[in-house]
Design a protein around this ligand. Structure first.
Ligand SMILES: NC(=O)c1ccc[n+]([C@@H]2O[C@H](COP(=O)([O-])OP(=O)(O)OC[C@H]3O[C@@H](n4cnc5c(N)ncnc54)[C@H](O)[C@@H]3O)[C@@H](O)[C@H]2O)c1
Length: 382
């Protein structure tokens, strides 16, 4: 057996499973040794397609002594029971988002991991990619001045057209807030720190969704939850953000995420991916949008968060920590609660901004001085 290699068992071999297999293959120190699913043919397919040595049902995986980390790729409403069983079996856990669909469950899961001395991490890990590092470097360098406001806009991901079984996304525990909200709120917390208070409004769009995915397992889904949610977040730092998470916006020209500072505006790419243009514009009337070269290499993929969790075994703080994921979950659930109760909701959990080690200073060429702009944006006359 190779030393220094961490062995992973994957629970849930559905739609996102291949992306993880591709992403994890990039890490020599991470090896998938077991895959399991309640539908055993899916686990068998994983074994056949990717040469995963062992496959079977959930109990087989938990009994596999070689498995050190369980990667939970089951649907959101199953995250709690699967992650709980894995921790009880003495395995570290990395879960897809959201960490759970209930805040009490998330609290219990964190407490169990701590009591057992096991690591618990959760997606999304896309903010560990090049846009996440670059935007964080810009914010930390102070280029934007005092950040006053922010926006996050998640439009429809057309899930009915590509997911063979999108039912869970239109039932309690799903919806655009819990499904896509984690990418946006995690990105904002990475940049701005914890959220203190939220308010929200929401509604349901059409009561049924036609599934047109070519390999669909269902033809229609009855919707049970709000599919268009809007909200306001007040961060502990004082920044105020406006968010929209929707499965009813089929087309939009709204930016994915923007931060508004006294010295400039920062525009981020789609946070579901690891790479994309980070653009900045100063306050001068004739300032141009400039694309900031990535401060870290591009090309990260799914699995980055597990590598991050494994790095924390040596004492480094995991950036995709359960503490962050629980805070993000609380914010997203509070948006729904606020909408129901027609009241502001205070956020109880706190988390530090994820710790980035040795983040380089962002640099880019400016039009009238082709030398590097370094850590200044230059507001000029407005
Ligand atoms: N599909 C995507 O593009 C995507 C992208 C990012 C994140 N995610 C996240 O990944 C997770 C899975 O999403 P998906 O789209 O792959 O769902 P999916 O329904 O396609 O796959 C889930 C799999 O888990 C299995 N499963 C259910 N309960 C189980 C249990 N108790 N033990 C073992 N296996 C069980 C199901 O049989 C199924 O094969 C979700 O948390 C989702 O939010 C999905």
């Amino acid at each position: 057996m190779k030393t220094g290699v961490h062995r992973i068992g994957i629970m849930g071999c559905g739609k996102i499973f291949p992306a993880y297999m591709r992403g994890l293959a990039r890490f020599e120190h991470l090896e998938v040794v077991h895959c399991a699913d309640i539908i055993s043919e899916r686990a068998l397919l994983g074994h056949q397609q990717y040469g995963i040595p062992r496959w079977g049902g959930p109990d087989d995986l938990l009994d596999d002594e070689e498995v050190e980390i369980v990667l939970n790729l089951t649907p959101p409403t199953t995250h709690m029971e699967v992650s709980w069983a894995a921790l009880e079996a003495g395995k570290h856990v990395y879960s897809e988002k959201p960490i759970t669909t209930d805040l009490g469950d998330a609290n219990r899961l964190l407490a169990l991991a701590e009591a057992k001395g096991l690591a618990l991490g959760a997606a999304p890990d896309t903010f560990l990619g090049s846009w996440g590092a670059t935007s964080r470097a810009i914010v930390d360098s102070g280029l934007l001045g005092e950040i006053v406001g922010a926006t996050a806009f998640a439009a429809h991901n057309r899930v009915e057209t590509w997911h063979p079984e999108p039912t869970f996304l239109f039932k309690p525990g799903g919806g655009p807030s819990l499904d896509r909200g984690p990418y946006y709120v995690t990105a904002l917390v990475n940049l701005l720190g914890p959220v203190a208070e939220v308010s929200g409004m929401s509604r349901m769009g059409p009561p049924q969704r036609l599934v047109t995915a070519p390999n669909r397992l269902v033809d229609v889904v009855d919707v049970e939850i709000p599919t268009h949610a809007t909200g306001l977040l007040r961060f502990a730092s004082g920044v105020v953000a406006t968010v929209v998470f929707s499965s009813d916006v089929w087309a939009t020209e709204a930016p994915h995420i923007e931060l508004y500072g006294t010295e400039g505006t920062l525009s981020l790419p789609h946070p579901n991916w690891f790479d994309g243009d980070v653009r900045i514009k100063g306050t001068s009337r004739d300032a141009e949008w400039q694309t900031v070269p990535p401060v870290v290499p591009v090309g990260a993929q799914r699995g980055e968060g597990i590598a991050d969790l494994v790095a924390s075994f040596d004492g480094r703080q995991a950036r995709t920590s359960a503490v962050l994921a629980r805070h993000v979950l609380e914010v997203l659930l509070a948006l729904g609660r606020s909408a129901q109760e027609r009241a502001f909701v205070s956020i109880q959990s706190r988390c530090e901004r994820p710790v980035w080690v040795d983040l380089p200073c962002p640099t880019w060429p400016v039009p009238d001085d082709q030398s590097s702009a370094g850590c200044q944006l230059g507001g000029g006359e407005s």
